[in-house]
Design a protein around this ligand. Structure first.
Ligand code: 3NM
Length: 213
């Protein structure tokens, strides 16, 4: 995939797993797609998360929805699940499997890496990442072990320091602050609760979408 095509797919990057949804995750994903999300990451993590076969089966359903809609389906962290489901890519954090070994196992797939410092961003580039996630930009309640809040300044710093890889901001992003994230140099916004936790999922996605175009 060309960098420009990937940048377009990153513009409204929705992440969720069953623990983030108050209704059926498959329905949440369909409504989010109706609202204009451009990429989906299946992140089955946290207290009460599905394991083993149940995790696989939900992944299978979510992948089908993405395939039908023509949007990339990315798996968080679990490389074996990514391979089993023939996902379009894998996203790893700093505590997960090293990016370069993921790259070797996955072959020609999208590789995303979570980064919090310029050193981590440079290493992600070196390891062959296709894009980086940068955060948390604002306070978040969706990640127990989140790093300290960075503000939009970190996105500006990465661009000033010649990180040219596609990047998405993450952490506490809503329709009210998404434009700041884009203006600071991100190609897109990554969100969990602003979409998965909304009463009207489609409407929430539409509102975010209007800020990232
Ligand atoms: N990663 P919400 S913050 C999954 O900083 C994740 O790397 C982060 O959820 C990081 O949109 C985060 O609900 C949670 O704030 C994002």
């Amino acid at each position: 995939m060309k960098q420009q095509e990937l940048e377009e797919y990153l513009s409204l990057y929705f992440i969720m797993g069953s623990v983030n949804c108050s209704q059926d995750p498959v329905e949440v994903l369909k409504q989010a797609i109706d609202g204009g999300i451009t990429l989906f990451q299946y992140r089955e993590k946290g207290e009460g998360a599905l394991q083993g076969n149940e995790k696989y089966r939900l992944g299978e359903k979510l992948k089908k929805v993405c395939l039908n809609a023509g949007i990339p389906f990315i798996i968080n962290d679990d490389v074996n699940l990514g391979i089993a489901l023939d996902a379009d890519g894998i996203h790893v954090g700093q505590d997960d499997e090293a990016a370069h070994t993921v790259q070797q196992k996955m072959g020609n797939k999208i590789l995303g890496v979570s980064t919090h410092t310029i050193a981590e961003a440079r290493k992600a580039v070196f390891d062959g990442a296709d894009y980086i996630g940068v955060g948390p930009i604002f306070p978040t309640r969706s990640k127990d072990d989140a790093n300290k809040v960075q503000g939009i300044q970190i996105l500006q710093q990465f661009r000033e320091q010649q990180i040219t890889l596609p990047m998405v901001g993450i952490g506490g992003i809503t329709a009210a602050n998404a434009k700041q994230v884009i203006d600071a140099g991100a190609n897109g916004v990554s969100v969990i609760s602003a979409i998965a936790g909304a009463d009207n999922v489609k409407q929430a996605a539409l509102q975010l979408k209007s800020k990232v175009l």
